[in-house]
Design a protein around this ligand. Structure first.
Ligand SMILES: Nc1nc2c(ncn2[C@@H]2O[C@H](COP(=O)(O)OP(=O)(O)OP(=O)(O)O)[C@@H](O)[C@H]2O)c(=O)[nH]1
Ligand SMILES: [Mg+2]
Length: 442
């Protein structure tokens, strides 16, 4: 027997309106006590609201969603109140008096999932939509919510499995070739779509989590100056002392409508200082996982310090040859030659005198090039991608099996892999992890 839960669905604090939602078997009784009865289903109705002992709380809109046609699939009620702190408190106290329990984060959506209203990917999309900071993130989440690709692929595989099983059960010659041919056609088609989903998964993850840019280079090159220039505020300390930055300083930024995470890092050099050495280690680790490394180089230096980082240059990395206001040092020529040979793009500038606008517009082009275009990706998390890779392997294996009996085994495994993505075969722990990231009231 499930209990009845409630939560403030709007942000707490003083506001024009507050919405409190209730879900569970007691929802109708709650409406009887607080709003003198349940109104017509799904129709906003103005009612006087009162506490358990008849004390008036507010006058507001009441909605009644009898299950299963509700968000959670259970009986649900919604109260739209004036958004005053005391008003909301009185309603919450009345609900507690009625024996209701405050919902856990994500509990409404978890109940929706458990009642088959949403699959797990759609539930994740609900969380992503609430967390979205950019239009691109929101669009991707809406697409996932409205067009659940993984569930569709899984259904088509189940259909194909039925054909293969029929061929096994009724090994009549004609029937077998026809049905198996039809099933193979479906498999090839789904495989094509899954491969496209895998190809787009990295883009999906970057749109969702943010495109990660590491500023890396020798001490004093101007990394912190560049970070401050990009952000338009003094986020990191800039001094003439080499080794100023010790920690990784991560700052979110929106570039061309996409979420970007820029990290300023400790200047890389050999050092006996324990704290600085740890900073260097973290700098290299962050840069290794970044989507883009921006190598900041002091163009006036002559000590060869710029290549101390234990990182390989990747084609497509950016080299910012800084301090162009000073006479070029002996390093500059070597930097340019090496950067060009490695396929790096080079921007020569002075952050201190000209600011970071050139870098910003270069980054804008890069972000658009990498993240824009095409449909919103179907896979947005690592667990989606892992499941799709496994499903694709199994479908490929099924396609090369000559015996339907053996193809059936591979297909079952492919269906299982997709099932884990959409949540039809998940252990409790996975579900707990997914729903724990929600806010209360959703
Ligand atoms: N002349 C000149 N000085 C600059 C320029 N950019 C930065 N500087 C100076 O170089 C020094 C180091 O700058 P930071 O931004 O702290 O360098 P950093 O790479 O973060 O250094 P660490 O944190 O020590 O690794 C400061 O004194 C800056 O004012 C530039 O374009 N021209
Ligand atoms: Mg610094």
């Amino acid at each position: 027997m499930t209990d009845t839960i409630f939560a403030l669905a709007t942000a707490p604090g003083r506001a024009a309106l507050a919405v409190v939602r209730v879900s569970g078997p007691e929802a109708e009784r709650v409406l009887r006590v607080i709003a003198r009865g349940a109104p017509t289903p799904r129709r906003a109705t103005l009612r006087g609201l009162q506490g358990v002992e008849g004390k008036p709380i507010d006058k507001g809109l009441v909605l009644w969603f009898p299950g299963p046609s509700s968000y959670t699939g259970e009986d649900c009620a919604e109260f739209h109140l004036h958004g005053g702190i005391a008003v909301v408190d009185s309603l919450i106290n009345a609900l507690l008096d009625l024996g209701l329990r405050l919902a856990e984060p994500g509990e409404f959506t978890r109940r929706a999932f458990e009642h088959g209203k949403l699959d797990l990917v759609q539930a994740e999309a609900v969380a992503d939509l609430i967390d979205a900071e950019t239009a691109a993130q929101a669009m991707q989440a809406v697409r996932q919510l409205e067009s659940p690709a993984m569930a569709r692929w899984r259904e088509r595989l189940i259909e194909a499995l039925a054909y293969f099983e029929a061929a096994v059960d009724f090994p009549d010659e004609d029937l077998q070739t026809d049905t198996v041919e039809q099933a193979r056609y479906t498999l090839r088609d789904v495989l094509r779509e899954i491969r496209r989903g895998i190809g787009d998964a990295e883009r999906g993850r970057r749109i969702r989590e943010g495109y990660r840019i590491a500023l890396i280079g020798a001490p004093n090159a101007g990394k912190s100056s560049l970070l401050n220039g990009l952000l338009g505020r003094d986020a990191a300390i800039v001094t003439a002392t080499p080794g100023t930055t010790r920690d990784v300083i991560e700052a979110p930024l929106i570039i061309a409508g996409y979420k970007v995470l820029v990290a300023d890092t400790a200047g890389v050099r050999d050092t006996d200082d324990e704290i600085e050495a740890e900073g260097v280690r973290r700098a290299e680790a962050w840069a290794r996982d970044a989507d883009l490394r921006v190598w900041v180089v002091d163009g006036s230096a002559s000590d060869g310090s710029w290549r101390r980082a234990k990182l390989e240059i990747r084609a497509g990395d950016l080299c910012v040859l800084n301090k162009s206001d000073l006479p070029p040092g002996a390093d500059a020529a070597g930097v340019l030659a090496e950067a060009e040979a490695a396929g790096m793009r080079i921007l020569s500038l002075s952050v201190a005198s000209a600011g970071a606008d050139d870098v910003r517009s270069w980054l804008e082009n890069r972000v658009i090039e990498v993240l824009a275009g095409g449909e919103a990706p179907a896979a947005t998390r690592r667990r989606h991608r892992d499941g799709l890779l496994e499903a694709a392997d199994q479908i490929e294996a099924a396609l090369v099996q000559m015996e339907p009996e053996l193809a059936v085994e591979n297909l079952r495994l492919a269906i299982r892999a997709l099932g884990r993505i959409v949540g039809s075969v998940n252990p409790e722990a996975v579900l707990d992890r997914v729903f724990a990231t929600f806010c209360i009231g959703k």
